[in-house]
Design a binder for this molecule. Structure first.
Ligand code: FAD
Length: 373
């Protein structure tokens, strides 16, 4: 019989539940919605203070590249013009209302510092006590920890440096030239944001770009739907030969530019450079030469940040080994929200629900332990 979470979780003591969901962003809320529909007793733990904080903390001018039509989770549309792009705060507010509407059992301020397993029982440690469960679903993107190259510490102390995760607006930066290191979507969008106030150099290999322009009436009605409705969730999936071919490249190089393209940046006067390779005399070395800059924004990506999972499931890059979100070596452990879990849409708002529904129904079934040898 399934246990019921005791209403004592505010105190520092152990709590037992059937299924523990770690992460209360869109992935965790999607999983919770489907677990609730299946009648699975569960709790969702999130390390932040408020649901939606992962979106709230992103830079001020950020609008989603997906229009509202593609920004609703299962069971609740995002309110507003379906063709318009929501702000990041609107997305955060939507997630909060989603959890409230379905009464999802989310406990915020509960960062899991260690996940282990003893026999059939998982234990998640938090500062507020331990949570035990028969199943654990880690529900979050695999870009939780900012990555900054080691030579950053050799740069002049007068250069203002921050990672994209801490960037909120041009006002944070010193006057003068900005070097953006990393030319993926974040680098391209932040370059556009900074261009009015700063001379901007954007360095890093190209991640490619999706074809066509993402703006304009025709594209809003054709390209956006083709990409978000067909290409990302269905064509670029582990079920298709093209998806299986593209997956390792996307995992290695990052997502191709979606909204701000190379030609937009060129028009805005953003200077492109190929590589930042180290530091010389306190300055970054860009394409072989030391470059005078007053600011650096590291758009150099993230590490998965899963080292709190004390189970032998991480590869040498810290990525979990899984098959479509199921961890074969550890029965009862699942992932949702990882980049390209099953398709290019897996880490996007409109794609996470499909993975969440499948994993929730697996979690609702008995955990099959491997037979003893
Ligand atoms: C700049 C940017 C723009 C994007 N724009 C779009 C867009 O327009 N459209 C789209 O579909 N997708 C977009 N995405 C992709 C994706 O939708 C977002 O990254 C989204 O935030 C992923 O949600 P998530 O729930 O999977 O993970 P996250 O948002 O990373 O949320 C994970 C949650 O888990 C918590 N957590 C992490 N570790 C622990 C732990 N150990 N214990 C407890 N809690 C923990 C975190 O605090 C966080 O609240 C964008 C991503 C970025 C970075």
């Amino acid at each position: 019989m399934r246990t019921h979470a005791r209403e004592t979780y505010r105190e520092r003591m152990d709590t037992t539940t059937d299924t523990l969901v770690i992460g209360g962003g869109q992935a965790g809320l999607s999983v919770s919605y489907h677990l609730r529909r299946l009648g699975v007793e569960h709790l969702v733990l999130d390390g932040r203070d408020r649901i939606g904080d992962a979106w709230r903390s992103r830079w001020d001018s950020l609008e989603l590249f997906t229009p509202r039509r593609y920004d609703g989770l299962d069971g609740m549309r995002m309110p507003g013009d379906p063709a318009g792009s929501p702000s990041k705060d609107e997305m955060a507010g939507y997630l909060e209302s989603y959890a409230a509407r379905f009464g999802l059992p989310v406990l915020t301020g509960r960062r899991v510092t260690a996940l282990s397993r003893d026999g059939d029982v998982f234990t998640a440690e938090t500062a507020a006590g331990a949570f035990r469960a028969a199943r654990v679903i880690v529900a979050m993107s695999n870009y939780q920890r900012p990555r900054i190259p080691a030579f950053a510490s050799e740069l002049d102390a007068g250069i203002r440096q921050l990672h994209a995760v801490a960037y909120t607006s041009p006002a944070q930066l010193l006057p003068g030239r900005v070097l953006l290191v990393g030319a993926g979507n974040s680098g391209a969008e932040i370059a556009k944001d900074l261009r009015a106030d700063h001379e901007v150099v954007l360095a890093g290999p190209s991640t490619g770009e999706v074809p066509g322009s993402y703006t304009g009436f025709l594209n809003r009605h054709l390209l956006v739907h083709a990409l978000n409705g067909v290409v990302f969730p269905h064509l670029l999936s582990v079920n298709t030969p093209v998806g299986r071919r593209v997956r390792p490249k996307v995992m290695r190089r990052g997502v191709p530019l979606i909204r701000v393209k190379a030609r937009d940046l060129e028009r805005l006067g953003v200077v492109r450079a190929a590589r930042v390779t180290g530091a010389r005399d306190g300055l970054p070395v860009v394409d072989g030469a030391a470059l005078e800059v007053t600011n650096i924004v590291w758009c150099s990506g993230y590490d998965p940040g899963f080292d709190w999972i004390r189970l032998p499931i991480l590869d040498d890059r810290g990525e979990p080994r899984h098959d479509r979100g199921v961890v074969p070596e550890v029965p009862g452990l699942y992932f949702v929200g990882l980049h390209f879990l099953t398709s290019m849409a897996s880490a996007m708002v409109h794609g996470v629900g499909r993975d969440a529904a499948r994993i929730a129904s697996l979690a609702a079934s008995p955990v099959l332990q491997p037979e003893a040898a």
